[in-house]
Design a protein around this ligand. Structure first.
Ligand SMILES: *Cc1c(COP(=O)(O)O)cnc(C)c1O
Length: 390
């Protein structure tokens, strides 16, 4: 029978407590989410700066639609690149200190695009083991050789680079902030190793932009670097900026090459102009409204302090991503269920998204939370973790 693998694959997922299904959110992305008619405190959102449903942002989207329309009407090279895309490009260059950039419909697509565009059969891709699925999958589909280095392990990376020094085109990819762990990569050191070995460095800063660094300029800035210090700096608009879409930045020549040769870039409809206008508003708010980062950092400090006091097994992280390590997938689901009963929405992240036996609750804090929310979260976590430990 054709495609007979589908049914047993789904059954296996269920029996391993790894089955997933959608939850319909019946409210705006904010401090609370409404799911199945119930209200929960939302500790499962990447809307770190609280921009996704900010009234100013909603107004900006409406204004963008009035000024520029809702659809771009074409791919970028045909009629889909509007004045608003050009203006947004200039604004992002100024804010983030970039030389040139181009847009992609999503971070997923941007990552696929860069790997498939730059690497061929005789080339080498080196990635951190904990890189995002979009990067891993891109590497698996590429004809280039892929090596993975142990998470944030400079010695291992150095060893891989030395061992394969005869290869001309080497691309190292890491993340500014790791999406399931919340920790940072040592980008300054990785960058130095890359320069020593004539390899290019690409940094995916999906979770760093808007949150880290001076004026929210991201992970590199937070570690004393410029965003142009790596050859490719990639960011998304769907997390801290609260909207959607992504960009890739690099030298004018690299962007020229993408524009001419990247199928992911060329054969897709341009970002909605209304959305591009709204992303511009988000970038302005992220850059100028330091109070958002200050409040977020105060909440992170408070949560880490309470977790220490309550002996909650937090993973090391100084970002809004604060995972609680559980290990077993079924236990993680049970703890998440206990918290839901107390009106707290957290997501249990299980393999294959994270390595075997490292199921966790991926708790994310946002500007929308109050100090009281954090205290309540810590208390309920302590209770739920204890109730499910054996
Ligand atoms: C979310 C994420 C992406 C994908 O970005 P989308 O715009 O959501 O497709 C890529 N890389 C990392 C590290 C991410 O966390």
């Amino acid at each position: 029978m054709a495609f007979s693998f589908i049914e047993p694959a789904l059954q296996q997922r269920q029996s391993e407590h790894l089955y997933r299904k959608l939850n319909t959110v019946q409210s705006k992305q904010s401090r609370y989410v409404y799911i199945n008619g119930k209200q929960y405190l939302n500790f499962s959102s990447n809307d770190y700066l609280g921009l996704a449903s900010d009234p100013e942002m909603i107004k900006a989207w409406q204004k963008g639609a009035e000024l520029y329309g809702v659809g771009s009407g074409g791919s970028y090279l045909v009629t889909g690149y509007h004045q608003v895309h050009h203006d947004l490009t200039q604004q992002l260059k100024e804010w983030l200190g970039l030389t040139d950039l181009c847009f992609f419909s999503s971070g997923y697509s941007a990552n696929q695009a860069m790997v498939s565009l730059l690497l061929n059969k005789h080339d080498l891709l080196i990635q951190d083991k904990l890189n995002h699925a979009s990067l891993m999958e891109a590497g698996q589909h590429s004809t280039a050789k892929m090596s993975r280095f142990k998470h944030n392990d400079l010695n291992h990376l150095s060893h891989l680079l030395e061992k394969q020094s005869q290869i001309d085109n080497k691309l190292v990819i890491t993340e500014g902030v790791f999406s399931m762990d919340g920790d940072n990569s040592p980008v300054t050191h990785i960058n130095r190793l890359c320069k020593q070995h004539d390899a290019w460095l690409m940094v995916d800063d999906a979770h760093g932009i808007g949150v880290l660094g001076e004026q929210g300029k991201g992970s590199l800035n937070a570690q004393g670097m410029d965003n142009t210090d790596c050859e490719i700096y990639m960011g998304t608009f769907g997390k801290a900026l609260g909207v959607g879409g992504a960009f890739v930045s690099g030298s004018p020549q690299l962007i020229d090459y993408i524009t001419n040769f990247s199928k992911h870039y060329i054969y897709t409809t341009g970002l909605s102009p209304a959305m591009a206008y709204c992303i511009g508003e988000a970038a302005k708010m992220a850059q100028q409204q330091q109070w958002r980062r200050d409040h977020l950092m105060a909440l992170i400090d408070q949560f880490k302090q309470l977790a220490g006091q309550f002996e909650i097994p937090l993973m090391p992280s100084n970002t809004p991503i604060q995972p609680v390590l559980i290990g077993n997938s079924e236990t993680a689901l049970n703890v998440a269920k206990c918290l839901k009963e107390k009106g707290i929405w957290v997501t249990a992240i299980r393999p294959p998204t994270v390595p075997e036996n490292s199921a966790r609750l991926r708790i994310t804090l946002t500007v929308n939370h109050t100090k009281q929310d954090i205290t309540y979260l810590a208390q309920q976590l302590q209770r739920a973790v204890n109730a499910n430990s054996n």
